[in-house]
Write a protein that binds this ligand. Sequence first.
Ligand SMILES: Nc1ncnc2c1ncn2[C@@H]1O[C@H](COP(=O)(O)OP(=O)(O)O)[C@@H](O)[C@H]1O
Ligand SMILES: Nc1ccn([C@H]2C[C@H](O)[C@@H](COP(=O)(O)OP(=O)(O)O)O2)c(=O)n1
Length: 233
Amino acid sequence: MSTVVAVDGPSGSGKSSVSREVAARLGLAYLDTGAMYRAATWWCTHQGVDLADGTAVTAAVRAMPLVMGMDPAAPTVHVDGHDVAAAIRTTEISAAVSAVATTLDARAELGARQRALIDAERTGGFSAGRGVVAEGRDITTVVAPDADVRVLLTASEEARLARRAREVHGTDDAAALAATHDQVLRRDADDSTVVQFHVAADGVVTVDSSHLTYEGTVEAVLDVVARTLAVRS
Ligand SMILES: Nc1ncnc2c1ncn2[C@@H]1O[C@H](COP(=O)(O)OP(=O)(O)O)[C@@H](O)[C@H]1O
Ligand SMILES: Nc1ccn([C@H]2C[C@H](O)[C@@H](COP(=O)(O)OP(=O)(O)O)O2)c(=O)n1
């Protein structure tokens, strides 16, 4: 039986790292939908598209030759043959990505591609039809509201800022927290204008990781998966 696990949440809640580990432990594929928005931003910039021009952004995103590698042990992102895994994580892309994420026609295009990738994993693909853990901002609500397991991963603003500061700057002192503010809180505020990822929709289970370790968060999500599947079977 194939399993689709959808995980949403704000920046720094632990979605990417936790979802990837959950996918690896369950033998499922892993889809980082945020990486698709980042790749689209890289592609638009690479093509000289003005990110403020929604029509041009949408046209570029529709034409983007994107290939997502969904093995949780080694996820990959290629655009037009370029390995963009590192390029999409720069501060410039992090600062610009909300312009693409708030372009509604570009969202529709990326959402359709995400649905197709998830559907392919239900029946075949990396995990031989066992399923996929897909994470982002609107997976539980828009892209895969029919997922078998739907989780909202949250954490306090304080915890999320501190995590991102440690990840990017190696410390969570005052200067690092200030430098991280744009990447976490401003970006979430901009993204929240088009998609709701702070409150769990009906049927979505909230996991608050504010006071959990990384390992504890992985176990909490695995526990939600096990309990939800036990009830359904
Ligand atoms: N529960 C946790 N406790 C402490 N650090 C965590 C926890 N979950 C994730 N992290 C760390 O916080 C950082 C951000 O996590 P990430 O998975 O990138 O979040 P998101 O995808 O939600 O933005 C990473 O360095 C990750 O290892
Ligand atoms: N399903 C999704 C996934 C990401 N996005 C947007 C929101 C974010 O600003 C960007 C990048 O997402 P990503 O998950 O890489 O963000 P983090 O840096 O992990 O917080 O894409 C979205 O709008 N919908």
